[in-house]
Write a protein that binds this ligand. Structure first.
Ligand SMILES: Cc1ncc(COP(=O)(O)O)c(C=O)c1O
Length: 370
């Protein structure tokens, strides 16, 4: 009998691990008759702000909306420039354009695959208003240096934490360093809903009020728009699911970290480049991304061996058809362009068995010895 397929991610396995509790939580909402901005959303916002170590949280419809709302909340719009990376999910850049601002894309560090503070100076202009570091794959970007640069140039720092719920630098969670931080609860994320969801966290009470108003048509009081807002509410069912799953997030992050350790130990000595970990930083391995010259062939080989993998992402944002030739980059993005040809995301989710990791590693060792 052939061995079971090992997927790269398995959001259903995460659901099944908490099935009884999640089903009860959904039924509770169904019976409550309150489906939008009720007790579940409030409870989640309080718990998630506490988890990050920030004062406030606003639940929204998606990670993309979280970024749009954060930008709007900070008053960033047409004519303003925002510096971010090209090596990210397209949503980071799309959100900047959705508010009418101009993205300026910088390269990433080869070691962290995240924005590096040294690259920011040359992307700066008198129109720059904010920087958006992305904690990609669960790896924290160097926030102390980033915030220092932003403060020195009167810029806002917006953290894109969509892939890094629970990642830390010196014991402090990412999302608590910048002026505001944005999270996605897309089903495969470390904290995932069963549908779309997102959140914005911040410490400033004035910004928090503005974010809440903008989230719902600019209403300070129901039916009266004091500002032109949007509709990006987190719904009660998703919030109820997130309230259940948040309780297990730390345990599941630890599981991811342990599985990453097993990959690292078992693949040591191969020619594959493995994700790096740095002192004082907690990488939460949303994705376990290796690098190899023969990426495409290896991906096919894995698939033929019953193993799923992914490429995050096959083209950098500035190379994609919607952006190519018109998006502004800060010089040549050499590391980014090299990375996109080499990266491969191996199976990684908290319910993955150690035996499955060992099987993946065995196939990788076999590939090396071919
Ligand atoms: C780095 C990053 N930013 C933003 C987003 C957007 O989140 P969502 O898909 O919830 O809109 C994602 C999700 O894929 C992401 O990975």
């Amino acid at each position: 009998m052939s061995e079971a397929f090992i997927p790269m991610a398995d959001p259903r396995a995460v659901f099944l691990a908490h099935q009884a509790e999640i089903t009860r939580a959904i039924e509770h909402v169904l019976n409550s008759g309150r489906y939008i901005l009720g007790a579940e959303v409030s409870a989640f916002e309080e718990a998630f702000a506490g988890f990050i170590g920030s004062r406030h949280c606003v639940g929204v419809n998606s990670g993309t909306d979280a970024l749009v709302l954060a930008l709007r909340g900070l008053g960033i719009g047409p004519g303003d420039e925002v510096i971010t990376v090209s090596h990210t999910a397209v949503a980071t850049v799309a959100a900047i354009e959705l508010v009418g601002a101009i993205p300026v894309l910088v390269d990433v560090s080869e070691a962290t695959r995240c924005m590096q503070p040294g690259d920011l100076g040359k992307a700066l202009s008198e129109r720059t208003r904010a920087v958006i570091p992305v904690h990609l794959y669960g790896q924290p970007a160097p926030m102390a240096e980033m915030v220092e640069f932003a403060k020195a140039h009167q810029l806002y720092t917006i953290e894109d934490c969509a892939q890094a719920h629970g990642a830390m630098i010196d014991g402090k969670k990412v999302g608590s360093f910048g002026d505001v931080a944005c999270f996605s609860f897309y089903p495969t994320k470390n904290l995932g809903a069963i549908g779309d969801g997102g959140a914005v966290v911040c410490n400033d009470a004035g910004l928090y009020d503005k974010l809440r108003w903008l989230r719902e048509y600019g209403w300070k009081n129901r039916y009266i728009s004091d500002m032109a807002g949007m509709n990006t509410r987190l719904d009660e069912i998703q919030a109820a699911i997130l309230n259940v799953k948040l309780k297990y997030l730390e345990e599941e992050n630890e599981k991811r970290i342990a599985l990453a350790g097993l990959y690292a130990d078992t693949l040591a000595g191969t020619a594959l480049s493995l994700p790096r970990q740095f002192g004082g930083q907690r990488h939460v391995f949303h994705l376990y991304v290796i690098e190899t010259e023969a990426r495409d062939a290896l991906q096919v080989h894995l698939l033929q061996s019953g193993i799923g993998s992914g490429i995050h992402y096959p083209q950098a944002v500035h190379q994609q058809p919607a952006y190519r030739g018109r998006i502004r980059t800060s010089g040549k993005l050499e590391v980014t362009e090299k990375l996109v040809k080499r990266i491969l995301s191996l199976p990684m989710y908290p319910q993955l068995e150690e035996e499955a990791i060992l099987r993946v590693c065995q196939v990788l060792h076999g590939w090396e010895g071919r």
